[in-house]
Design a protein around this ligand. Structure first.
Ligand code: 5GP
Ligand code: MG
Length: 197
């Protein structure tokens, strides 16, 4: 694992973003929509930097990239009402931008007063959509990163820093994921066996 952004650098960046967002909205009420699960740490830290009247909700967005052009599936069960409100979407990373482009489009249909986008990270030269995040923490090189909310196969989200995933980390995470899958299968098998008895 190679640390790209240490925890104090992240803290300074999030504080700067907080000031930027506060300066933009002033004391106008704001509705924050955090995109789970990658934004979990960034969301929690950013919220503490804001002093306007705030409502907070979360949304889950998953893209299935199984050959078809990534179909975005959104779970909005935990999202507050946003019609007529100023909304700030908060996410971990804007890579090609496809996910946040589609998400913003779907949120637009709910008729908020305005929608802006804050992300912790963007990747240099990767943008493939006609939209940019309004508030950006850090512009990073085109490497796969984990930590501070970002995962590889569900591992490494809890790290307090952002690091470049290296081969041994990838192998370790894959081993954990395989073990978990096998456990899942054996759990299912034993549940099925218990039913038959
Ligand atoms: P986009 O649609 O912008 O290409 O991709 C966005 C999604 O891809 C992110 O929300 C994130 O889930 C995933 N992603 C892109 N780059 C990285 C990365 O470097 N690390 C991790 N952990 N996820 C990434
Ligand atoms: Mg994400």
């Amino acid at each position: 694992m190679r640390i790209l952004l240490g925890d104090s650098e992240i803290r300074d960046g999030v504080r700067r973003l907080g000031r930027e967002i506060q300066a933009f909205y002033g004391q106008k009420p704001l509705t924050i929509v955090g995109v789970m699960t990658g934004s979990v740490m960034f969301l929690a830290d950013l919220l503490r930097e804001l002093a306007m009247p705030l409502r907070v909700g979360v949304i889950q967005a998953r893209s299935y990239r199984d050959g078809r052009a990534g179909k975005l599936v959104i779970n909005a069960d935990f999202m507050p009402h946003i019609a007529g409100r100023d909304v700030l979407i908060v996410d971990d990373i804007f890579d090609t931008g496809q996910t946040l482009f589609e998400l913003t489009d779907q949120i637009d249909h709910l008729q908020p007063k305005s929608v802006r986008l804050a992300v912790l990270l963007t990747k240099k030269g990767r943008k493939r959509v006609g939209m940019e995040p309004d508030h950006v923490g850090f512009d990073i090189p085109n490497e796969f990163v984990v930590g501070y909310g970002l995962d590889y196969r569900d591992a490494y989200r809890h790290l307090p820093y952002v690091a470049i995933l290296e081969e041994p980390d990838r192998i370790a995470a894959e081993r954990l994921a395989e073990e978990a899958e096998q456990r899942g299968t054996t759990d299912q098998e034993s549940a099925a066996a218990a039913k038959r008895e």
